[in-house]
Design a protein around this ligand. Structure first.
Ligand SMILES: [Zn+2]
Length: 286
């Protein structure tokens, strides 16, 4: 008796609610969809425990995490953005450490892209361009970088920002090098993500110029530089998402020293954030 009573109520509820839960309403209101937040991927350069410029006790791989953390905070506080950072002071985000476990899959995919790119060079569809010389990535670092490209294309990332601090190749690493200033790398113009990346990079240049001088290295003249061979910029066409790589300066510059870095990292993060806003929301005057 009791069970029947419950069943009757349940049936009545279904009948009453049915018109409201119908998947095909009689008319639908055409409201414009609010733009979903822009998804920004922040990539502090190099690996958690290795790689990158070192000057005395200052390590690029740690300093860029600090700039990234502050940039992430600014983006997260703004509802127009979502920020994901590949690693923090504790190492890779589990999103990425788990993804990198499939190193074979990543490198098979990379190999396929490489074969396609070589075929395009052979047919003349893609012209090889030599850019500024960079240190080549270790096998492990290369896997991470290709993995980040693959993940970004699969996970709806809108923009990627790689954070680096430069170094001057020299004999005595205990004394400062010759060059100073910032430079921004973008995908070479034949790549699908180049145009947007350039627009973004030019905003970052304008913004950083308010506080810092561009690189004095001859090869970095012009400050926004195209690169075809940098994995982070989509070598072999491995990236569709617009991406930039910022070299914020040279590691031995006093702004990266212990006393100054708190102020420097705050300012660099702010300048980068403001550039992201003015690129994506040009109507907003900062
Ligand atoms: Zn670096």
């Amino acid at each position: 008796m009791h069970k029947l009573y419950i069943l009757a109520i349940a049936l009545l509820a279904i009948l009453l609610l049915a018109p409201f839960t119908s998947p095909t309403p009689f008319f639908s209101e055409q409201k414009p969809e609010p733009h979903k937040p822009f998804r920004i991927l922040i990539v502090p350069g190099h690996e958690p425990e290795t790689g990158g410029a070192v000057y005395l006790d200052r390590k690029e791989r740690d300093l860029v995490v600090e700039i990234g953390r502050r940039l992430g905070e600014l983006l997260v506080a703004d509802s127009r953005f979502e920020a994901v950072m590949t690693r923090d002071a504790n190492g890779f985000d589990p999103l990425f450490s788990l993804y990198f476990e499939n190193a074979d899959k990543i490198m098979d995919w990379q190999y396929q892209k490489k074969v396609e790119a070589i075929a395009k060079v052979d047919s003349g569809e893609l012209v090889e361009v030599k850019g500024v010389e960079h240190n080549s990535a270790s096998k492990e670092a290369a896997t991470y970088l290709y993995g980040i490209n693959k993940w970004s294309d699969e996970n709806g990332v809108d923009f990627i920002v790689h954070l680096h601090i430069n170094d001057d190749t020299r004999k005595n690493r205990k004394i400062p090098g010759k060059y100073s200033g910032f430079a921004i790398y973008i995908p070479e113009k034949q790549f699908s993500n180049s145009v947007e990346s350039r627009g973004f990079a030019e905003e970052v240049k304008k913004s950083l110029e308010k506080s810092y001088k561009p690189s004095t290295l001859k090869a970095e003249e012009g400050t926004v530089l195209e690169a075809q061979e940098l994995i982070a910029m989509g070598r072999y066409g491995t990236l569709d998402v617009p991406a930039i790589l910022i070299e914020y300066g040279y590691i031995y510059e006093p702004i990266f020293g212990k006393e100054k870095f708190d102020e420097t990292s705050t300012n660099m993060a702010e300048k980068t954030y403001q550039a992201i806003v003015s690129y994506l929301f040009p109507e907003e005057q900062l």
